[in-house]
Design a protein around this ligand. Sequence first.
Ligand code: CP
Length: 308
Amino acid sequence: MQKQLSVRHLLGIKDLTKDDIELIFETADNFKDVLNRPIKKVPSLRDVTIANVFFENSTRTRLSFELAQKRLSADTINFSSSSSSVKKGETLLDTVNNILAMKVDMIVMRHASVGAPHFLSNHVKCQIVNAGDGTHEHPTQALLDSFSIREKLGSVEGKKVCIFGDILHSRVALSNFFALQKLGAEVMVCGPITLIPKYIKELGVKVELDVRKALEWCDVANVLRIQLERQQLKYFPSLREYSLYYGINRELLDSLNKDVVIMHPGPINRGVEITSDLADSKHSIILDQVENGVAIRMAVMYLLAGKI
Ligand code: CP
């Protein structure tokens, strides 16, 4: 019998088992082979209709889901709240029920509110994929991040991964903690104390406030953007000061005399959390992460479609 995921929706990494993550990776390996062929398309989701419902801006996630759907031969429709009847006062549930009335099988949703995809999964019959809910989870980002570490270093198990920057407002960080720990990595965070959540140690995550010490410890540095759009308070004096004390640059990395794999989920604020010379250097796998996002999202939608 074909292996299946233990979940009906992908709402967060917290809900997945290690076997689920490994199944997604094995499936993504196969799809990555497909994506490297001259004909990059398979008929796997030929009779499946998927709506990409985005209530927040996105470049990578949205395009990657859409391309993954096209590679799987699914029918796709795209909804963007900024050009929709949400502007006229329509609710989330009414919006989604109207989309579902058009016979849609799966919804990929990004929303600014924590728990929005969980709410939907309790009120509609189709499969839901969380493409980022507020400051909570971004499961496909964490899957592609761990998949990229596995590709670069052979495995995730036993690796030391440090997540740098604005942990407090980051859905990428929380999903990464869950994914990395389920796969056997050690996890640390590094940033200004004001941007590190108070509950962090309860999650089994180490804390280091000194960037050099954190870089000396880790095999992989996943550098996050300062999410000014989510910050209601002033968490540090200025971006210039943040960059001086918490920014990662080529000179600092070269002075360590060791290899550290540099990752970033994007979008990058060049010159703030990371300098251009490092983001574009041989240490960086940032564009590999983007490439792997398509195969990972193909795998997630393919596996969930088996449960329609
Ligand atoms: N990494 C990520 O979620 O990027 P986008 O916001 O551009 O989708």
